[in-house]
Design a protein around this ligand. Structure first.
Ligand SMILES: Cc1cc2nc3c(=O)[nH]c(=O)nc-3n(C[C@H](O)[C@H](O)[C@H](O)COP(=O)(O)O)c2cc1C
Length: 273
């Protein structure tokens, strides 16, 4: 049984019934207790919400241990001011120190990436950390080769994305692909996971926001990410599992500068129905 209810502890507040996304729980008026749907293992998406929402600890899940849950401090509610500060302070960093980021720090950050929501709780997102400078140099050269190919074969797209200047910059010793970042993080997932692209982009957003707490800077490596999807030499160099595709890549390192100001962004339109 993947889920069980301790009826001694249960106070019948129906929180599990309300919050279970696949409606495993119900209430039996005859028995006056919470009941579980037949064969819950076939429908449970292992999100853990039932146990997390129960203040009495009445629910036990086969796939979780006590250490998978962290007690929330009821008095510790983040203010809107603090949340806004965290979200608005994030900047795309384009100047990095040469120092390598300790692997433990990167692992701590990736832990936050794995906390991001995934469609149907698929947990489909994997990360590849490009840690070594030599690899980054190889990938950069391959992206430039792809840009040169695009200039010949798809000149309109190449012009739109201004590949000419990036290639010229590269030849003059400027890194317009990775901005001198010492590391990359690539989010990849099975292309058969229905929400893979969104899941990876969301996980990357978590990484970009969380990096601030570790004194780290990030920036999407958009050109690399496109080249990694289309340029055969780079695809084969990256060597993802056969069913996997890269859906997002960020640069990572210690920022060279601290921003003095937050930038107000022009809002998009809002419509109401
Ligand atoms: C999908 C995506 C791809 C991006 N690719 C690049 C890139 O290849 N190089 C770069 O310097 N910035 C890249 N950026 C960063 C954007 O230019 C940046 O988010 C934007 O200018 C706003 O700045 P901010 O992130 O500091 O708010 C990318 C951003 C996104 C969301």
């Amino acid at each position: 049984m993947p889920v069980s209810v301790d009826h001694e502890k249960c106070v019948r507040d129906f929180k599990c019934i309300d919050e279970c996304p696949v409606k495993i729980f119900g209430f039996s008026k005859e028995e006056k207790k919470i009941v579980i749907a037949p064969e819950p293992q076939n429908i449970c998406i292992k999100c853990g919400h039932c146990a997390a929402v129960c203040p009495e600890g009445a629910i036990t899940l086969q796939d979780f241990t006590d250490s998978d849950f962290i007690e929330k401090n009821k008095n510790e509610i983040l203010s809107m001011e603090n949340i806004e500060y965290i979200l608005r302070s994030r900047r795309s960093i384009r100047a990095y120190k040469n120092d390598q980021v300790p692997k433990e720090k990167i692992e701590e950050l990736l832990g936050l990436g794995f906390a991001a929501p995934t469609g149907h709780n698929s947990r489909c997102v994997d990360f590849k950390v490009v840690y070594e400078k030599e690899k980054i140099d190889t990938y950069r050269k391959m992206v430039i080769d792809w840009m040169k190919y695009m200039e010949k074969e798809q000149p309109d797209t190449a012009a739109l994305l201004d590949f000419k200047h990036i290639i010229e910059g590269f030849e003059a010793g400027f890194d317009g692909i990775f901005r001198g970042a010492p590391h990359l993080i690539i989010a990849h997932a099975s292309k058969y996971a229905p929400t893979a692209a969104i899941d990876c982009a969301t996980a990357i957003a978590y990484l970009e926001l969380g990096a601030q707490g570790l004194g780290l800077g990030t920036c999407w490596a958009g050109f690399f990410n496109i080249a990694a999807s289309f340029w055969p030499p780079l695809k084969s160099e990256l060597n993802f599992p056969k069913s996997h595709k890269n859906y997002g890549t960020i640069m990572l390192g210690f920022p060279k500068h601290q921003y003095a100001k937050i930038i107000k962004r022009k809002p998009g339109s809002i419509s109401w129905v």
